[in-house]
Design a protein around this ligand. Structure first.
Ligand code: PLP
Length: 388
């Protein structure tokens, strides 16, 4: 809108941005921040610090004065290590042309939407899901088609759910497994159905696999490793979750050369290069921190079992989450927002209502078990008291 046509002030948020609501998670945290003695199962980040050696590598790089930009696509030695690392998921990507290192997976997701979405294109978003996809699509000028998954299907995406939502008409599909917020994972057979649907209807796929390393039962499968999928898929991954490096802001995208080139076009003008210090930390993480990742996984798995068994004891229905660090139980009484607010006020336990994560989240609560066992024990005891 030009000023002549009545722009209210010289600085006015664009209609595109103004139309995107504030994150439902944030509102809840502001409430919790004003209270004392809150046990929070609300945050989606590891309670661990990054592995010691990775931190040392970051410090060492600073001491050596490595404070310049790197190549736009990320340092070559890092891209080479990423290429070697993802072979465990049967993925083979050329570090020169098919890998882009970004400021967190968040930047990779945003760059993918901007590189792939034309105004008016439709992006099917499997939900409940991580909160950034819908705004990302809208910032890029696309339309969102919500594809709900349900507790009855253990929150996996199925051909039927995709078809029922009208996803055959969409241009792209975005999802994350292991899933935030449900903790659901999808095995090879289940993914093969989704892959067939995407091939049959000529959809591109954006697969957010940032929790791949946090898979507690079976092995993580990447949809890009299935027949006919590599050329239509961009995979996102990163260091925030598996390596407890959220604040270092480092992620990456894998995809066909022309798409990585297009994403790099966005990245080189908006970010230039991912944080240099974090890239040094990531090289060390990939070279020498697998034991740390394994230890964190063991701890998460122990906590997962503890939380699931306590919820079961309390009679709260919850399907068995097998990945990431979330459980997604039903809210007793059915109204998740009311339950979460009352629980916070009455017992100072913060959980997030499932509605914050879109369609399919109604009547559920997201609880993160990336907290110490002691905090989890306190939280579960308080929930029990609240129910009594
Ligand atoms: N994708 C999912 C599914 C997430 O849960 C998150 C963070 O919570 C991100 C991406 C963002 O990750 P990063 O810290 O790498 O930007």
């Amino acid at each position: 809108m030009s000023r002549e046509r009545g722009r209210p002030a010289p600085l006015t948020p664009s209609e595109r941005v103004a139309a995107v609501p504030e994150s439902g998670i944030r509102r809840f945290f502001e409430l919790a921040a004003e209270m004392d003695d809150v046990v929070s199962l609300g945050v989606g980040e590891p309670d661990f610090a990054a592995p010691y050696r990775a931190r040392e590598a970051a410090i060492d790089s600073l001491q050596r004065g490595k404070t310049s930009y790197t190549a736009n696509r990320g340092m070559s030695p890092l891209r080479e290590r990423i290429a070697a690392h993802i072979e465990r998921y049967d993925l083979s990507y050329d570090p020169e042309t098919e890998i882009l290192v970004t400021a967190g997976a968040s930047e990779a997701i945003d760059a993918a939407f901007r590189a792939l979405v034309n105004p008016g294109d439709t992006v099917a978003v499997a939900q409940p899901s991580y909160v950034s996809y819908e705004p990302g699509v809208k910032f890029a000028g696309g339309e969102v088609l919500r594809v709900p998954t349900r507790a009855d299907d253990e929150f996996v995406l199925t051909r039927e759910r995709l078809a029922a939502a009208g996803a055959a008409e969409a241009d792209l599909l975005v999802y994350c497994y292991p899933n935030n917020p449900t903790g659901a994972t999808m095995d090879r057979e289940e993914l093969a159905e989704v892959a067939a649907f995407c091939r049959d209807n000529n959809l591109g796929v954006l697969a957010d696999e940032i929790y791949a390393a946090l898979t507690y039962e079976g092995e993580h499968t990447s949809i890009a490793s299935l027949p006919g999928m590599r050329e239509r898929t961009v995979v996102f991954n990163g260091f925030s979750k598996a390596y407890a490096m959220t604040g270092l802001r480092l992620g990456y995208a894998l995809g066909p050369p022309d798409i990585i080139e297009a994403m790099n076009r966005v990245h080189q003008y908006t970010m230039l290069s991912a944080p240099t210090t974090a890239q040094y930390a990531a090289i060390e993480a990939l070279d020498n921190c697998e034991d740390d990742v394994a230890e964190m996984c063991t701890q998460y798995d122990r906590r997962r079992n503890f939380v699931l068994s306590r919820l079961d004891e309390m009679g709260i229905d919850c399907f068995e989450a097998t990945g990431a660090f979330y459980v997604f139980p039903e809210a007793p009484g059915g109204d998740a927002d009311a339950f979460a607010e009352a629980l916070l006020e009455d017992q100072q336990v913060a959980v997030v209502p499932g509605t914050a994560f879109g369609a399919g989240g109604e009547g559920h609560l997201r609880m993160s078990y990336a907290s110490s066992l002691e905090d989890l024990r306190t939280a579960m005891n308080r929930i029990e008291r609240f129910l009594a």
